[in-house]
Design a protein around this ligand. Sequence first.
Ligand code: PLP
Length: 369
Amino acid sequence: MYEFIPDNPYLLLTPGPLSTSKSVRNALLRDWCTWDADYNEDIVQNIRRRLVALATKKIEDYTAVLMQGSGSFSVEATIGSVVPPNGKLLVITNGAYGDRIARMAKVLKLKHIAYSCFETEAPKPEILSVILGEHPDITHTALVHCETTTGILNPLPEIAKVVKAHGNVFILDAMSSFGGIPFDMADCNIDFLISSSNKCIQGVPGFGFVIAKTKELLKCKDNAHSLCLDLYGQWKEMDKSGKWRYTSPTHIVRAFYQALDELEIEGGVEARYQRYCKNQQLLVNGMKELGFRPFLPKELQSPIITSFVYPTLDFNFDSFYKTVKKLGFVLYPGKVSQADTFRIGNIGEVFPKDIMRLLEVIESIRNEI
Ligand SMILES: *Cc1c(COP(=O)(O)O)cnc(C)c1O
């Protein structure tokens, strides 16, 4: 017998995997048979329906596909399954996750170009319009909603309008925003929306999901560059009876079901958004008082994760990180190329009282920084 560690020794203030509730983790503690309705219908199909309902009011036009692997596997499954051989993808990027989509397109040998912005700059609808006008062969446009690299929230409705005006299929990496920031995918003309189990829905890591406009997904038969990451193939099988094509991550799926229940109990996406906003405001105000400057201007900042600039030239993040971790909080290194930053996430089972505690911890070690 192994001994269980009774609870988490620290809170994860990261963009995922993130801190989950004890009840979500408890839901992992039994095994499931993947042949019967108590799993396939009552859990998998139920989750698929609830995901569609979280994404849009127009539920009849959309469907959900669950996919094994981390979030990137679902992004790659989407990119590799929806762009046809005669299609061309435009990737809008202002950070590491946008760049990752462009790399996927390259590895998959898809025709593609990138609209690259600085990491501190939101993509501009008028520039996008010019690019799409100059490249009428572009059929698909991909955007990252919250670029977790910096915490920037990209202007989804404005970009969506331009994509729609040019008749493009619109792919949104909403990995770090779905479930934590309210929007309706039908209103934003999103054809494929990608997220994963361990971000704002607050489940444990292990699978991703794609919410797709059914009409567009139906066009993806035989497009895939991979057997396992075939979004259409996975959907066809799963849509019949809730069965995954290959081994289903049962425990994680059951914990995700619990996480969806807890999102509802909290009051849905709007209530969760309010909590994340409160966390973020408390954090930024408190950190400013302690001498830390946020990297992004306020109007670009999402409530998901905040980048802070190193307070001094000789700031030692490594030792700061280790000390703060010993005192109960895991922070996150920066990922920005233009500046020395570190990040603090607000998502997960994290409440204003936790942020207050973090600020006290940082204040207590203030003189050692
Ligand atoms: C977390 C994240 C991903 C996926 O990362 P994985 O490590 O593969 O789960 C993709 N895009 C964004 C914006 C993310 O925040």
